[in-house]
Design a protein around this ligand. Structure first.
Ligand SMILES: Cc1ncc(C[n+]2csc(CCOP(=O)(O)OP(=O)(O)O)c2C)c(N)n1
Length: 317
């Protein structure tokens, strides 16, 4: 468990002055990571909003060694640095404890960097990969990605006479990472700071590859008021559209269970990208979305060995 008082006393290793949009959650995630870590970090970041807004030459928000990689190879870059570090240690030329972290947006992780991520995880590097998942290619103008959820309007899944937003459901990247058999995989949200920082600490302490998929609300592409970022994340979790869980050595654990699972509508109606779901003619979309969320949640409950609640109240007598 992270201790807020202790965290507040730590030096800022991700500084203010970056150029992210007001209300952007990506810098919040970066700041949380820097607070979670006690050891020195070497951070890599693929091209995308987080990198572009935090490293405007000649300035940087990263009070730590930082490598900007190409869009597709954040994981490969950091795995190479980690391999060099292990070699120096083996040769007795370096003895400090250092941790290695790669960041990527969902475009750079779910899609274009998937092969380099998969390779790094499979080779067993001691590194943490964090996907800040804002569910689209935001930096280049909100194009759909493999992480974009069903029905979302993006610039490449427009809504109009023929289009109703993204036709496919999102790719389950967290499950793909679990399938790699690595020791630590988790889903997190900056809206649940203690849960996320604890997961980051566990991941950094893992002697092997670790991966955290963080849902990162984007006030530009999702279109909500900047002060509602944390609220949006909370709604994603409380509707079970984005469940919080971890998989440690193959064992599933749900780390936060909403007291009452809210209907997904509460989350979707806050975002402009879903406004067409509430227009006449599209009544079929919301139940479709809800069904998908319910099925995924129930599958997760089963994997975690949790009971599945009855759908209808059981009639008695
Ligand atoms: C190989 C390659 N293709 C395309 C681009 C152009 N490009 C730069 S950032 C970006 C979008 C990044 O999206 P994502 O990884 O989801 O991060 P976000 O911008 O949402 O933070 C693209 C397509 C590039 N830099 N390199």
């Amino acid at each position: 468990m992270a201790n807020l008082k202790e965290l507040s006393r730590k030096p800022e290793r991700f500084t203010g002055g970056h150029r992210a949009c007001a209300g952007c959650s990506a810098p919040i995630v970066a700041r949380m990571l820097m607070m979670a870590a006690d050891e020195p970090l070497v951070v890599g970041c693929a091209t995308g909003c987080l990198e572009v807004t935090s490293t405007l030459f000649p300035y940087t928000s990263w009070n730590t060694p930082f490598i900007h990689s190409a869009f597709e190879n954040s994981a490969a870059t950091i795995s190479g640095v980690e391999a060099a570090y292990q070699s120096l240690k083996r040769q007795g030329k370096y003895d400090k404890e250092v941790r290695f972290v790669a960041f990527g947006g969902d475009g750079g992780t779910y899609d274009i960097g998937l092969q380099s991520l998969s390779g790094a995880m499979e080779r067993g590097h001691r590194m943490l990969y964090i996907c800040y998942n804002n569910e689209a290619y935001m930096n280049t103008g909100v194009q759909r990605s493999g992480a974009t959820m069903f029905g979302a309007e993006t610039t490449t899944t427009p809504v109009g006479r023929k289009g109703y937003g993204k036709k496919q459901f999102e790719k389950d990247l967290t499950a793909i990472l679990v399938a790699h058999g690595i020791p630590y995989v988790a889903q997190g949200s900056p809206s649940f700071w203690n849960d996320l920082i604890t997961k980051m600490q566990k991941a950094l302490a893992t002697d092997g590859p670790s991966f955290i998929n963080v849902l990162a609300p984007c006030r530009l592409g999702w279109a909500f008021p900047p002060e509602e970022t944390i609220e949006l994340g909370r709604l994603a979790v409380n509707t079970c559209a984005w469940p919080l869980y971890e998989v440690v050595n193959g064992e599933y654990k749900i780390t936060y269970k909403p007291r009452e699972k809210m209907p997904v509508e509460a989350y979707l109606k806050k975002q402009t990208k879903y406004r067409h779901l509430f227009r006449p003619g599209n009544e079929w979309m919301l139940p479709e979305f809800q069904k998908h969320v319910d099925e995924k949640w129930e599958r997760l409950l089963t994997l975690a060995g949790e009971p599945i609640p009855a759908k209808e109240p059981v009639a008695t007598g």
